[in-house]
Structure formats: C-alpha cells, structure tokens
Ligand binder design. Sequence first.
Ligand code: SF4
Length: 447
Amino acid sequence: MLKPSTFKIEGFFYSPYIVIFMKKILLVNPPIYDFSAYDFWLRPYGLLTVAGYLQNSAQLFLFDYLDRQSGAVSPKDQPDEFGRGKFLDKIIDRPINFKGIPRYYRRFGKPREMFRQFILEHQTFDFVLIQTVMTYWQIGVEEAIADIRDICPEAKIILGGVYATICREHAKTIGADFILSGTDLGPLWDYIQITPDMKQLPYWQGYQSPGNGIIKLADGCPFKCTYCSVPKIYEGFKSRGLERAVREFDFMALLGIRNIAFYDDSLLHKTDEVLGPFLKYVVSQKTCINFHTPNALNARFIKPDIAELMISAGVKTFYIGYESNSVVWQNNTGGKVCTSEFKQAVNYLASAGANRKNITAYIIIGHPDDDIQQVEQSMYQANESGVKIMLAEFSPIPGTEDGQKCSKWVDMSVPLNHNKTAFTIWSKGFEESNRLKRLCKKLNKII
Ligand code: SF4
C-alpha cells in the first residue's frame, strides 16, 4: 500500500491517494506503414499538447513507436548534425491496393511486441489517445487499436489528428470509440470528463530523452492553395501568443533539446507580431539551439530583416515551398509565390549568412495538372539559385480542389489511395517518376 505522504510531480504536490483515483490515459503515436519514412523532426506535437493540458489531472503513459531515442532507431542510422535519421523498419507485404507499385513497402517504428509488453506492464487504462497524421498511414493506427483491444479491452480509444479530421467517416470504421475531428478540443474534454489546464505546456517529460523538439507559434494560413489541407483544418490564421511560445521554448531548452522544428504552416505571416518577437527573445537568451523549418516557408515573405533575425536566432535549415516555376500553375493553385520571389528569398537568406546547402526548394511531382507545372524546368530553376531540391510527391487530399481532380485515377474514399509514392507512380508512371528523381539527385550533387 502506498504511504499517505505527498510527493512532487511536474512542479505540483499530490497525495498518492489522489493519484490512485486519477484516470489512466495511454498516449500513442502509431507506427508508419509506407514506402518511405524518415525522422524529419517528427514528433506527435498535437498529442503532446493535449497531454500537457491533462498532465495535472490524469496519469499519463506515453508510447511513441517513432521515438528514435528509445527503440525506434534503425541499425543503419547515421543521424545528421541536426538530429534527423532513419527509423527502424521492416519490409512487409504490400496491401492489395499497391500490388502494381514496384517499391518495397515497410513498417516503420518500434516492434509490435514492445507495445504489447508496454500495455501489459501498465494496464489497465481508462482512455487511449492515438495521434493520427497522414490519411494513408491508417494501417499503423489499426495495428495499435488491435493490440489495445486484445490486451486492454475496457479502455476507450480516441483518435485525433489529421486522418481523424479529413477522413472522419473512414476513421469511424477502424475500431475506435471516439473520433475527435478538427481543432475544437471541447468534445474531448466532455468525453473523458476531465477539466483541462490549458496553461500547461506540451508533455515533453513523457520521453526519457526528448531528442528533437517542436514549436508552433500560430495556427492556420491566410492562403488557400488548392492542394493543401491546412485551409480545411483551420479557419484563417491565429497566433498562439508570444508568452506561450516563450514558455515552450524555455522548457525545451531546460530539457536539453538542441534541435527545434517549427510546425507552423505560415511561419512568416505577420512576422512583426509573431515570429519576430519570438526570435528576438531567443536571441536574448544566447542559447545554441538550432531551429528548422520543415513545413515550408513562403518565399514572398522572406525579407532582409527577417532573414537576418532568423540567422541570428539559430535557424539552420530553410525549406521553401517553391512547387513550380510555371506562372499559370502557381496562379491556378493559389498564387502563393512566383519564381522571382523565390530567387530573391534565396539571395536574402544567403546574404544574411545562410548556407545555400541548407536551403531546400520543395517542388511538387505527381500533381494532377503537371502538364502545365513544368517540373523539370522548375528543378533547373531552383538549381540555378544554388539550393537543394526536394521533390514533394503529391498526396491527394479529399475535400480539396486538387484532391477531387484525382478521382480520375483513384477512389478518393480509400485513404490508402492518397499515398504519395503510389499516387505519383499512378499519375506520372514509374519510369517518369524515377527519371525525375534521378535528375533531382544529379542536380543536388552539383550545387
Ligand atoms: S501557403 Fe502553404 S500552408 Fe498555406 S495554403 Fe498554401 S500550401 Fe497550405
């Protein structure tokens, strides 16, 4: 029996008797089933944020299948200087949908047995919160649900995140008890009957060693690109507030995190109000933390002053959403950027001190209108600026204008059909897709 003394958890004092009566919640970041996956600063930030709100009112247990610090690392991993690396993976049979796709299909993440053992050790749970990301990663979610149902059938399983939002009807069919769609957390608090403490920070302490960190300064984006899910998920653009951003940063610095990725969709919108003040605070703290921008920067908003501030604050890698050099294609899809803005942005970043090898231009391949997109010319254009190219294979998203166009190739009601590797091969052909990838590699060698 526990002694009735008090002890400290995360800065608060609890009686063990209170802990005994707290609800037990298992937090799960599922494994990935896909042709490729790489730890590109992947962290279940949404799940950790929700867990943070609950940390003083529930007993939390985190199982992240993709945590390379604790069992999800590939034996072939050679992490780069900024903490990116390979996940543990296993080649598996392709689902029937992908029988015609001549690429290896894999399961990425910690072994299944490790999760089953974790549940056995810590059961039972009142609730299980599962983060979902890409719509076509649903097999990993199903695997986690099957093991929870098998070992801990009384737990109520809750899905949240992108798949649960964009493919809500499909998500209802894979065995969860509750689907949280969208960004309103109210229905979740009602379902689990816990009052959240919205001042609490993301639950990074759920990791033995957090590795890379994530921050998000604002939600949403003022643009409405026809291929993007962001306008479907968020209404407009809203800052999360400087005070919260600063506290999240301080907490991650305290935990020893050395690489932080911005998960913002529009990091450079309203820089005077959002990113600028945050970076000035970071500069004032004189830390040696590296920042990264994997979610694509909008080149239009990269100006000399913000470029210099980003460099001073420790932003090391810059990913720019260039997508295409075709004016017609850019205008048709939302007009977020044009080639002259892209080139100017690269020059501003380089003048401010960025290494061009750490600047990457995303270019979409496999888009339904790629006959006017000029993928190859776009690659040469980006290469002329002396930056790396990363081909972003197109994943059709249901409910978007461009996703609807893809119905002529695939049944969009089947999430696996949104797979970016498969869809690019279906729409462009295997040979052409490989040819462009080879060209990309070749160009990247000569910058
Ligand atoms: S600018 Fe980026 S985040 Fe915004 S709608 Fe376009 S692709 Fe999406």
